[in-house]
Design a protein around this ligand. Structure first.
Ligand SMILES: [Zn+2]
Length: 393
C-alpha cells in the first residue's frame, strides 16, 4: 500500500513536499519512504494537499484519570471499573491520533491494559507501561501509588514494580498540585532514597521518570541519575544547566496547569491556589529550558483535572505558543518522545518502523492546530479513525 502526493514529515524533519510512503498492511510496518513508485498492481492513494507524519507519541498520560476535579474521585473505584475507564481513555487517545504513550501507572492496571491492546481485545495506542508510582508516605499520588520510606524500601518497591511488569519507574521527587497536603516546591525523598531507587531501576535496565516541580527536587533527582524530569515547574538556571550536563529529557506537560487555570469555577480550592503560583513560573521555566537547548519530549499529563484524553495535540500548540518552533514542537511529540520512552520502532517514518501514521489536511508544520482534526489515523497500517480515499491500482 502506498500513500502518495503528500507532504512527508518523518518525525525529525520534512522529507518532501510531495512524496510517498509504502507500508505492508500485513506486517503493519513501513517499507520505504520518500521517492516510492507503485509496483505492478500495488494499490495507492493520492493525498494532494495533505501531510503524512508519524502518529503522535505522548510521553506522559494517566489512563486511570479522566479529568475529574480531584484524584480522590477515583480512589474508591474497583479495579474492574477502573480497567473499563482505562480502556475507554486509551481508545479516545488513539482515535485522536496518539499512536504511542508512556502510561504513568495506577495500581497495576496499565501493564494489563497494554497486554489487552496487544492481544487486540481493546483498541488503544502502543504503551510503555508502569505499575505504581513510588512516593514517600503521604507524598504526591499516594492514593494510587506505592508508599516507601528509606533506601531499602525504595529498592524493594522498584523490584516489586518490575516483577509486576513495569517497563519504567516513576517516583515523586516533590509534592504535587493535585494531592492535598503536599507541597510542589518541597523535596520529598532523601538523596539516599533517590539514589537507591534509581540505581535499582538502572540495574534492571529500565528508565526512571520523576515528577518534580521545585528546583531542589529536579536537581537532586538529576544528580541521582534520573532519566526524565516531568513538569520542571520551578526550575532555575542551575537546574536547567544540570539537565543539559546530565543529558536528561524534560517532559514539560504544559497542558496540566493550563487546564486547571481555565476551570477555576470547578477545580478544588487547593488545586487553584497551587496552580496560581505555578502556571506563570512553569511557562517561564519552559521558555528558559527551550532557549538553553534542553531536550524536550511532549507529554500532556492527560487525565489530570480538566485535561481530557483525546486533546493531546493541544500540548504542541502550547509549546509553540510559549517559545518553541513549530517543527521542534512536533518533533518533541513524535521522534523525541518515542526515543525518550524507549520505543525504537515508533515516532519516525523509517523503513522497518510501525506504520503508525497521521494524515492531516494542510500543513501542520505551519499551523499545529491542524493536528486536532486528523483526516485519518493509522496504527500498524490499519485505519483506526477517520477515512482515506479509496485506493487506486
Ligand atoms: Zn502526571
Amino acid at each position: 500500500m502506498i500513500l502518495r502526493d503528500a507532504r512527508l514529515f518523518d518525525g525529525r524533519e520534512e522529507l518532501a513536499t510531495k512524496g510517498a510512503i509504502r507500508f505492508d498492511p500485513e506486517s503493519g510496518r513501513i517499507e520505504a519512504v520518500g521517492d516510492v513508485e507503485p509496483q505492478g498492481e500495488e494499490p495507492s492513494m493520492s493525498l494532494p494537499g495533505h501531510t503524512v507524519l508519524p502518529g503522535l507519541v505522548d510521553a506522559h498520560v494517566h489512563f486511570s484519570l479522566s479529568g475529574q476535579a480531584t484524584i480522590e474521585d477515583v480512589v474508591g473505584t474497583s479495579d474492574a471499573d477502573l480497567a473499563f475507564t482505562e480502556a475507554a481513555n486509551a481508545r479516545t487517545t488513539l482515535e485522536a491520533g496518539v499512536t504511542s504513550v508512556r502510561a504513568m501507572g495506577a495500581r497495576d492496571l496499565d501493564v494489563r491494559l497494554k497486554r489487552a491492546i496487544e492481544r487486540g481485545d481493546v483498541p488503544g495506542p502502543r504503551m510503555v507501561a508502569n505499575c505504581r508510582s513510588i512516593t514517600i508516605t503521604g507524598g504526591h499520588g499516594h492514593h494510587l501509588g506505592r508508599e516507601v520510606d528509606g533506601p531499602v524500601e525504595c529498592r524493594r518497591a522498584v523490584r516489586e514494580q518490575i516483577k509486576k511488569g513495569a517497563e519504567f519507574i516513576k517516583f515523586m521527587a516533590t509534592g504535587g498540585v493535585t494531592t492535598p497536603g503536599t507541597d510542589p516546591r518541597t523535596l520529598a525523598f532523601t538523596y539516599e532514597e533517590m539514589e537507591a531507587l534509581i540505581d535499582e531501576a538502572h540495574r534492571r535496565g529500565v528508565h526512571v521518570a520523576t515528577h518534580a516541580h521545585g528546583a531542589p527536587g529536579v536537581k537532586a533527582a538529576v544528580e541521582a541519575g534520573v532519566d526524565t524530569v516531568e513538569h520542571g515547574t520551578f526550575m532555575d538556571e542551575e537546574a536547567i544547566d544540570m539537565l543539559i550536563a546530565h543529558d536528561v529529557t524534560l517532559v514539560p506537560t504544559l497542558s496540566a496547569p493550563y487546564r486547571i487555570a481555565r476551570n477555576t469555577d470547578r477545580a478544588t480550592e487547593e488545586s487553584i491556589r497551587k496552580t496560581d503560583s505555578v502556571h506563570d513560573r512553569h511557562i517561564e521555566a519552559f521558555k528558559r529550558a527551550v532557549d538553553a537547548g534542553v531536550r524536550i519530549a511532549g507529554g500532556t499529563d492527560a487525565g489530570t483535572p480538566f485535561n481530557y484524553h483525546g486533546t493531546n495535540s493541544t500540548e504542541i500548540s502550547f509549546m509553540v505558543e510559549h517559545a518553541m518552533d513549530p517543527v521542534d514542537a512536533v518533533v518533541a511529540m513524535t521522534g523525541t518522545a518515542a526515543e525518550t520512552i524507549g520505543l525504537e520502532d515508533a515516532g519516525t517514518l523509517e523503513a522497518g518502523n510501525y506504520a503508525d501514521l497521521l494524515v492531516i489536511e494542510g500543513n501542520p508544520l505551519e499551523d499545529v492546530s491542524l493536528l486536532r482534526e486528523p483526516t485519518a489515523v493509522l496504527k500498524g497500517g490499519e485505519i483506526v479513525s477517520g477515512t482515506l480515499p479509496d485506493p487506486q491500482d
